[in-house]
Design a protein around this ligand. Structure first.
Ligand code: KIV
Length: 267
């Protein structure tokens, strides 16, 4: 049965931890769905993982819709969430409603995610009132990279920690069904988790969050360069891809592929 936003809140009340992974394409989504990953996020991190940009800022709604539709088709059992990218909701509530609506209508995701507090709290209220479930995202929110002056851990000072805690409470009150906490001290992750009835989903936010999310490229060992401190690699698929490609190339050059079992007969 497809995971719903009600399941997430129930799991929190039962103390049952769960996972979310990012996914950006049909094939990977199928494998993750087979692995019973309950929540898939089509993150704007696809700017880096799929499109080769240095950050998330160039990602458009059209990029997101194309990839989100593929994930939805590959994962009939998961709750699939579409990440509203930079400038999809920054200018107005109208933009937020139109673009969130596009996600549900065109890609058929079940929910959207928005980064930040401030005006996003009001947008969350409006979307939730229209039947569009919202996942919030606080802490080291990647679209704020220029404002933060780099990818830096957030919420280290008392004041900044208080702000994140208050934003999380306000987003819950506005109707968010979950909140991603990224790049904050574990102690703050624990405080926010204890203060909310909705689940917290941590990435670099410590072990006390109700759920954990990672970027699938990091989990599979496909990230070519630096891997963040909070990541655990569960496979080395990058090495496996390189070895397979080298072997194919070698076999063709040596005449070792194709062999008779790969050939079609005339009749
Ligand atoms: O875009 C993304 O992948 C994300 C996750 C890291 C939470 O926002």
């Amino acid at each position: 049965m497809t995971t719903s936003i009600r399941d997430l809140r129930k799991w929190k009340s039962e103390g049952k931890k769960f996972t979310m992974l990012t996914a950006y394409d049909y094939t990977t989504a199928r494998w993750l769905d087979r692995a019973s990953i309950p929540v898939l996020l089509v993150g704007d991190s696809l700017g880096m993982t799929m499109l080769g940009y240095p950050d998330t800022l160039s990602v458009t709604m059209d990029d997101m819709i194309r990839h989100a539709g593929a994930v939805v088709r590959g994962a009939p059992n998961a709750l699939v969430i579409g990440d509203l990218p930079f400038m999809a909701y920054h200018a107005s509530a109208e933009d937020a409603i139109r673009n969130a609506g596009r996600f549900l209508q065109e890609a058929r995701v079940q929910a959207v995610k928005m980064e930040g507090g401030g005006r996003v709290i009001e947008y969350t209220r409006q979307l939730a009132a229209m039947g569009i479930p919202v996942m919030a995202h606080l802490g080291l929110t990647p679209t704020f990279v220029n404002q933060f002056g780099g990818y830096r851990v957030q919420g280290r000072s008392d004041e900044a920690a208080e702000q994140i805690l208050n934003d999380a409470k306000a987003l819950e009150e506005a109707g968010a069904f979950a909140v991603v906490l990224e790049g904050i001290p574990s102690t703050l992750g624990e405080r926010v988790t204890k203060a909310l009835a909705i689940p917290t989903i941590g990435i670099g936010a410590g072990p006390h969050c109700d759920a954990q999310v990672l970027v699938i490229q990091d989990v599979l060992g496909l990230t070519p360069d630096h891997v963040a401190k909070f990541v655990r690699q569960y496979a080395k698929l990058g090495d496996a891809i390189e070895a397979a490609a080298r072997q194919f190339d070698q076999d063709v050059r040596d005449g070792a592929f194709p062999t008779p079992e790969h050939e079609y007969s005339a009749r």
